[in-house]
Ligand binder design. Structure first.
Ligand SMILES: Cc1ncc(COP(=O)(O)O)c(C=O)c1O
Length: 460
């Protein structure tokens, strides 16, 4: 496979000089960074000015290894030529087309391509612009579906502790990371019930491989059904791998049991595949890896390789059909966005799916998985490490927090990795998360892991 070989040289001559006061005052004051300690960032900014393949460059020409696929999204590596060209050509040909009452060829093609990639039965796609919008869209579709079926009493959603379904009020209300909701209440009614995390910290730490069982965790859904009435629940939504909450895999029997219980009670099952989709777990969707077909899949990120914002919801045909009105002039669903199926995103999406297919990247990720996991597990015993979890091309190296300062060691790890090891890592509290692109070589994996080892050795 022809993998991109980023130049070893320093910065390209055309790279803009960000602190040139004539072209850009580079005054950091105005910019409010999301999910970032802004004051600390502004005291010591981390600016990325160019990306190619597995690397970024900063403005001084320093080459920095991207250990996290952008932000779980650049699965094919940065600035892939075919994706870049597709976006450029699309901007010149059709920059925008309204999505209400009109369509354009690329969005139709992309919908068909995604339906072909998805498990059989998920035949229709509703597009939006992010994973957060995808979660809220799926929730509206679930409630709308039952309303159309004459069952509006099915309005509840069951999600899971430690889950992340984005930051809009629907997904936020489902989320299981308390910091994200703090100060933003009240949340959406009917979203109060959480399944347990299918992970036992006393037994499962450092599991190098798949976790067995898991049906008992799924059986917690039966208890919730008994408590609130299974016939009041519209949908159960889970990430097949808890991502932002710290990389927790689904044990082998877990998702299948959830499916069985949902079927027994007529509940829709939604997989949030915003990060597990497009090769992260070695398949187009994690549903395929686990052999379980949900009723809806939310996706985003890797669908365009992160190059243009896009999200969406794949739905079973009968869900789509339930919205069909009697009259020809009547609207199916009163939902959508100005940028639903944006031409640039659709063009990027088609080029991205072509690249994944032509380079066999999902299979490549699956083959790399055991090598990546073994490499990451060599960090067992390194300073501060209390657990290592890995599935697909994702891994969490959990560190013991500094007493009274949860998150401080994690932030120090991020800074040390960037400034001292030329490496971008993700942190979730005091957990270091690694998410290499599917194009990563074994050498890249080795450099990422050795960078983390050096960081761990240097932390307080
Ligand atoms: C599982 C999951 N759902 C939803 C989202 C939200 O996606 P976005 O940041 O594109 O809104 C994310 C983001 O990481 C995610 O991991």
């Amino acid at each position: 496979m022809a993998l991109p070989t980023p130049p070893d040289n320093a910065i390209a001559p055309e790279t803009p000089v960000l602190d040139d006061p004539a072209s850009n005052p580079n005054d950091l004051q105005s910019y409010w960074l999301p999910f970032t300690p802004n004051r600390a960032f502004k005291a010591r900014p981390r600016l990325l000015v160019r990306g190619e393949g597995m690397h970024y460059w900063d403005k001084s020409g320093r080459k920095i290894l991207d250990g996290i696929s952008g932000l779980w999204c650049v699965n094919a590596g940065h600035a892939q030529k075919s994706i870049v060209s597709a976006i450029q050509a699309q901007a010149a040909e059709l920059d925008y087309a309204p999505s209400f009452h009109f369509a354009h060829p690329k969005v139709i093609t992309l919908a068909a391509r995604l339906a072909a990639l998805a498990p059989p039965g998920l035949e229709n796609v509703f597009f939006c612009n992010s994973g957060s919008e995808a979660a809220d869209t799926a929730m509206k579709i679930a409630r709308g579906y039952f309303a159309a079926k004459g069952k509006p009493e099915r309005f509840r959603f069951v999600s899971r502790v430690r889950s992340y379904h984005g930051v809009n009020f629907g997904g936020l209300s489902l989320g299981g990371l308390p910091n994200n909701a703090k100060g933003f209440g009240p949340l959406l009614p009917g979203t109060e019930h959480r399944l347990p995390l299918p992970y036992d910290f006393t037994r499962d730490r450092y599991t190098n491989g798949e976790l067995d069982g898991g049906t008992d965790y799924a059986d917690a859904l039966e208890k919730i059904c008994a408590e609130v009435g299974g016939d009041t629940i519209a949908a159960v939504i889970v990430e097949p791998m808890t991502g932002s909450g710290g990389v927790f895999m689904s044990p082998k029997g877990y998702l299948r049991r959830l499916r069985e219980i949902c079927d027994r009670h007529g509940i829709l099952l939604i997989f949030d595949e915003v990060i597990t989709g497009f090769g992260r777990l070695g398949y187009a969707f994690a549903a395929e890896r686990y052999g379980v077909t949900p009723d809806m899949i939310t996706f985003a990120k890797g669908v365009t390789n992160g190059a243009v914002p896009m999200g969406g919801v794949l739905v079973k045909k009968e869900i789509y059909e339930a919205f069909t009105p009697d009259a020809d002039y009547a609207i199916d669903i009163f939902h959508g966005y100005t940028y639903t199926g944006h031409p640039l995103a659709a063009a990027a999406g088609i080029a991205t799916l072509d690249f994944y297919r032509d380079e066999g990247l999902f299979e490549r990720g699956l083959k790399l998985e055991p090598k990546f996991r073994d490499a990451v597990f060599t960090l067992k015993g390194a300073p501060h490490v209390v657990d290592i979890r890995s599935v697909g091309l994702a891994a969490a190296i959990e560190m013991e927090p500094i007493e009274g300062a949860i998150g401080k060691r994690g932030y120090q790890a991020l800074e040390t990795a960037f400034f001292d090891e030329n490496l971008v890592v993700r942190i979730s509290g005091d957990t270091i998360v690694l998410i290499p692109a599917l194009i990563a070589s074994e050498g890249d994996i080795g450099r990422i892991v050795e960078g983390v080892r050096a960081v761990l050795n240097r932390l307080d």
